[in-house]
Design a protein around this ligand. Structure first.
Ligand SMILES: Nc1ncnc2c1ncn2[C@@H]1O[C@H](COP(=O)(O)OP(=O)(O)OP(=O)(O)O)[C@@H](O)[C@H]1O
Ligand code: SF4
Ligand SMILES: [Mg+2]
Length: 352
């Protein structure tokens, strides 16, 4: 695994926020009652920075991303909070307050999303070049011939050889890696300020995955985008992220610069994730590899108190199963949601 681990914490603090999320809640009405897929989420992504959102399946990562893009909208879903997108010098856009035409104008032009499964988000009956050109025509005063020419440039930008021939193919004629590149080309068509990538490499083999990650990094550098990168894979986090937010059962439980998170995880869940990964960092290497016992609870039946307590080896009866801990700031760049993070046992775990 190539560990990127950048060292730019101080510089990060001075960058302007492109995305700022405050008090985000996503409630879903289900047959089992209402569940809270995202609870009081707060995070920001700065100019040119990559924030990784990490956690096991069902943590609420995709729902967070969909809520930011205003795509988590159905009669059963209720989204509240503040989602601010800063795209220039003026006041940021409050995405939850925008009407339907205004949010459509934001999507694709200012903020784009690459979805987990490209086959479900590409149009199967439209040639890929036309799908990219369509994304450009939708947002810019530009004719189809010019948009098609830009589509070819984008295909080249995402590393697709023989762009003219590839642009005339249909999605099913391309490999998984090629389809993912096409999705990225569509997402980048209008040079967005914010790119949300939801597990964009999960379906790909390791070599293609490394190529796609390198591609996102280089395009981010070239275009100066803020990137929210969703994954359950800490190996991918090490390669792509500047900062990390760890999510468990709908809540962010730890946030830290990537280097600090790998070297000294504070939350028992993060420590467990690292111990379950081969080669994921200093804290992991100093322990034998051991999966976290149990599994994430159903969001419809969350345990009382800290939702991690049934799996947590540090859980303290009467405290951890009684109240939900707040996300506590540790300095400017770190935060942790655990009643016991200050206690020596957890500090010892940090240092391996
Ligand atoms: N339309 C829906 N109706 C009911 N529950 C839903 C719906 N969409 C998501 N959920 C629930 O919300 C929770 C969060 O789902 P989400 O897709 O955000 O998880 P995730 O962290 O992205 O997981 P994965 O790693 O598997 O993609 C899950 O428990 C899921 O069952
Ligand atoms: S609050 Fe308690 S149960 Fe939750 S992570 Fe911390 S020690 Fe474990
Ligand atoms: Mg998901």
């Amino acid at each position: 695994m190539t560990e990127r681990m950048p060292n730019r914490d101080a510089a990060v603090l001075n960058l302007p926020n492109v995305l700022e999320v405050r008090g985000l809640n996503v409630h879903i009405a289900t047959d089992d009652g209402e569940l809270c897929a995202v609870a009081d989420a707060a995070f920001s992504v700065r100019d040119g920075e990559t924030l990784a959102l990490v956690g096991e399946s069902g943590a609420g990562k995709s729902m967070t991303a969909l809520a930011v893009m205003r795509l988590a909208q159905s009669a059963a879903i209720r989204v509240s909070g503040e989602i601010l997108l800063r795209t220039g010098e003026g006041e940021p856009l409050n995405l939850l307050a925008l009407n339907a035409p205004a949010i459509r104008a934001v999507r694709g032009r200012l903020a784009s999303m690459v979805f987990q499964e490209p086959m479900t988000s590409l149009n199967p009956v439209l040639r890929v070049g036309d799908q990219i050109a369509e994304a450009i025509v939708a947002h810019e005063a530009i004719g189809w011939p010019a948009a098609r020419a830009r589509a070819l440039d984008l295909l080249r930008l995402v590393g697709i050889a023989d762009a003219p021939a590839r642009s005339r193919t249909f999605p099913h004629e391309l490999s998984g890696g090629m389809r993912q590149r096409v999705m990225i080309a569509i997402a980048l068509a209008c040079r967005p300020r914010l790119l949300i990538a939801d597990e964009p490499t999960t379906a790909l083999d390791v070599t293609v995955q490394a190529q796609v990650l390198a591609l996102i990094r280089s395009l981010q550098k070239e275009l100066g985008m803020a990137v929210l990168f969703i994954t359950h894979d800490l190996g991918v986090v090490a390669q792509i992220a500047d900062r990390v937010a760890v999510m468990y059962a709908g809540r962010i439980v730890e946030e830290a610069p990537v280097r600090d998170l790998f070297a000294a995880p504070r939350h028992p869940y993060t420590q467990g994730l690292l111990r379950s990964m081969p080669n994921a960092g200093r804290a992991a290497r100093s322990h034998r590899i051991a999966p976290i016992p149990g599994s994430m609870p159903s969001l419809a039946r969350l345990p009382l108190g800290c939702a991690f307590h049934p799996r947590c080896e540090r859980a303290e009866p009467g405290r951890c199963d009684a109240g939900v801990p707040a996300l506590e700031a540790i300095g400017d760049l770190r935060a942790v949601r655990c009643w016991r993070w200050r206690e020596p046992a957890l500090a010892a775990a940090e240092n391996g």
